[in-house]
Design a protein around this ligand. Structure first.
Ligand code: PAF
Length: 280
């Protein structure tokens, strides 16, 4: 696997691949790779014959007091993992490469009203910063396919919406959530959890599974999920919500169709999110 750090070398490597007729599948990451990321790379391989992965911890999507400084950076281990799953090219830029106009970088993409709900309410500006870096990465990599995990459901919704208008040739692919045997969704932030917090964190997936198991009506599903979380006061529940999977709008109790049950809680100092699809 080749590693490049700047835009010129990236463009040269991509052009070389494209000149042999290869399609490009792109997996943007912030590193600290786990089996969930590696599943995105497998999905990428199923769509195209040249897989580009980026590792960039994007300062623009972290708020004041969030974990930007302490976010795990494990480049050597990440490179080993990427080689083991056959990624073709790693793009690991510096902040200057991503934001050549200097810091603080200007936000160029906006997530709108939906970007202020749920994760956006807890992390103001997060989604604008996320969309800005994803757009910059799309502009640099020019992929045919881009693969994102379903765990970050609101992120995925907003990226799909941006791509529809701004990158109409690009196909956004979502890959299913990868879970530990305990049910806990894999996340780079799970490494912040000690054994006791880990047990508490497992209840997030238990809660949404309970919601899924009692899906006669949205209100009943929500009640079941909330009942599980009420047993673990150590988890500071932020929200459990049901949204229309296609529009991300909150659903009424009469809703019929595909919904997502979203959950977010803080365990210790770690913010965790999860979701499950429920058809009513
Ligand atoms: O999901 C992530 O890891 C990040 O939000 C992304 C999409 C790589 C943008 O920084």
């Amino acid at each position: 696997m080749q590693t490049v750090n700047d835009a010129t070398s990236l463009a040269a490597a991509i052009e070389a691949a494209q000149s042999t007729g290869k399609k490009i599948a792109f997996v943007p990451t912030m590193g600290a790779l786990h089996a969930g990321h590696l599943s995105l790379i497998s999905a990428a391989r199923n769509h195209a014959d040249f897989v580009v992965v980026s590792i960039f911890v994007n300062p623009l999507q972290f708020g004041v007091g969030e974990d930007f400084e302490k976010y795990p950076r494990t480049l050597d281990a990440d490179i080993e993992s990427l080689e083991s799953v056959g990624a073709n090219l790693l793009f690991a830029p510096t902040v200057d490469v991503m934001y050549p106009d200097g810091q603080p970088a200007p936000v160029t993409k906006f997530s709108g009203e939906i970007g202020t709900r749920y994760e956006g309410a807890a992390r103001p500006g997060h989604f604008d910063g996320m969309l800005t870096v994803v757009a910059r990465l799309f502009d640099l990599v020019k992929p045919d396919f881009a693969i994102f995990g379903a765990k970050d459901a609101q992120q995925l919704f907003l990226i799909r919406r941006m791509a529809k208008t701004d990158y109409p040739q690009l196909q956004i692919v979502s890959a299913p959530i990868v879970r530990e045997p305990s049910g806990l969704a894999l996340s780079s932030r799970n490494r912040y959890l000690d054994a006791a917090s880990h047990q508490v964190a497992e209840q997030l997936s238990a809660a949404i599974r309970a919601g899924h198991a009692t899906a006669q009506k949205p209100s009943i599903a929500l009640e079941s999920a909330r009942a599980v979380m009420s047993q673990v006061p150590e988890a500071k529940l932020d929200y459990i919500a049901l949204v229309d999977a296609d529009t991300f709008e909150t659903i009424p109790d009469s809703f019929k169709g595909r919904a997502l049950m979203l959950i977010a809680a803080v365990v210790g100092t770690t913010r965790l999110i999860d979701n499950i699809e429920i058809t009513f």
